[in-house]
Design a protein around this ligand. Sequence first.
Ligand code: MG
Length: 481
Amino acid sequence: MHRSMVWLFLPLVLSLKACHSVVEAPPQDPQRPNIVLIFTDDQGYGDVGVFGAADIPTPNLDGLAAEGLLLTQFYASQPVCSASRASLLTGCYANRIGIHNALMPDSPVGLNPREETLAEVLKARGYRTGIFGKWHLGDHPAFMPTQQGFDTFFGIPYSNDMWPLHPQQGPVFDFDPLPLYEQQTVIDTLEDQTFLTREITRRSVAFIEENKETPFFLYVPHPQPHVPLFVSDRFRGKSGRGLYGDVIMELDWSVGEILGALKKHGLEDNTWVIFTSDNGPWLSYGNHAGSAGPLREGKGTAWEGGVREPTIMRYPGKLPAGEVRDTPFMAIDLLPTIAGQAGAPLPEQPIDGKDIWPVLTGREQASPHEAYFYYYRVNELHAVRSGPWKLYFPHRYRSMEGQPPGSDGLPGEYVYFELQAPELYNLQEDPSETREVSGLHPDVMDRLTRLADSARLRFGDALTGVEGTQTRPPGRVEESQ
Ligand code: MG
C-alpha cells in the first residue's frame, strides 16, 4: 500500500480500533452486579491484619477494608461447617432447613435440592455461577453443587480432614481418601493438599475471565485454614505465626489474585466482593488453630469466638469506603441483600435473613432484626442476641481452658463445662464476655427470654424439648444407595 494511502485510511483504522475496543469492553449491567463471595474455613476473628493480627501480613484484605466496609459484628449462623454453609447459601437458619453440625462422608442427608440457594436465585437472573473450594452440604450426587445452582464446581465435597489421618496413631476416620471433584466427577484423591489454594485461585481467576461479559457469582469457599494445614512453598515460614499464619498469608494472596483479575477486566466497579469465614478457630489444635482475638472461646461454641467472623466487603460507588459497621449482622442476611441488589426474586419458601442494604450503606443505623438466634448441635438453642445483649441458656460447651494445647497438627483434649443457669452479657461494654449481668437487668432477661421462646416455637429446641412448627426436612437418600 502506498504510504499516502495509509494516511488516508488511518482514521478508518483508528475508528475500527475504537469500535473494537468498545465491543471488547464488558457490557456491565449495574442492575446485575457481579458477586464474589470468599469464605474461609475456621479462620478466627483475630486472624486478619485489620482485625488485629499483628503477626500475619494481610495486605490485600487490609486494602479491601480500606476501599470498603469493615464489619465488626458479622456472625456465622452456627459455629460449625455444614450448618454455617447451609445458612450462607439459603438465607435460612440451618435448623429451619434441617442441616445440623458437620455432615460426614456418605451422609444420607444433604441440603434439600428443593431449597433455593443463592446460586439458584442469581442464576434465574442470568448469572453464571461457580464454586471453587469446599462444598460440605452433602456428597451424594443429588446434593452436590451442580444440582444446587452452580454451573461450575471444582473442589472437595466435605472437610479436608475427612480422610484417614495421622497413620502413626491409627486412622482418625475410617474414610476413603479425600476426593477432588470437577463437576460431578472425582478427578483425583488428595493426601498432599499444598497445591489446592493455588489451584482454587487459578480456577477462580479463569472463571472471572471466562465470564467477564456476563453477570457472575463466584463463590470461593477455601478449605483452609481448617486442619490439616497445607501451604505452598512460597509462603512457608513467611508469617510470624508459624504454619497457620503462613496459610492465612496464602489466602490473602488468593484474595489479591481475584481482585487483580477484577481490575484487569474492568470489573471492579460493578462487583461486590465479600470476605468472611464459616466459624471461629478450632482451638484444640493449639499452634495450628487461629485466634479469636479478644473474643471468648472458638469453633463449636455459641460464645462470640465461635460465631463472630472477620468480615470485609467492597462495592465501589455503592458502599462507602474505609468505614466500619458495628451493627450485628448474620450470614443469613447475605442472600436477601444480594438478591435485592441483583433485582432477583427471593426464594418462594420463607427465609430468615433480611435485607441489610440500608444499614450497610449507612442510610439506617438499626438492624432490621429484633434478635438473632444461635443454635448448635442438633437443634439446641444456646443463645439469643438483641441490641447489645446476648443471653445464654443452660447448655454444655467445650473449652481448652486449663488444658494442654494441641500441637503441630495433633489436637489437645477439650474440657466440657455446664452452664447451669442463664447468663447475660452486654457485648457493647464487654465484648470478651467476662461480666455476667443477668441479676442487674431483669427487664432485659424477660424480653430476650420471650424472643427465644418465639424462636423455639418456630424452629424447636432440643434443650427444652420444644418441637418447631416451621422447619423443613433436609434432603435425604436411602442409606443403601
Ligand atoms: Mg469450619
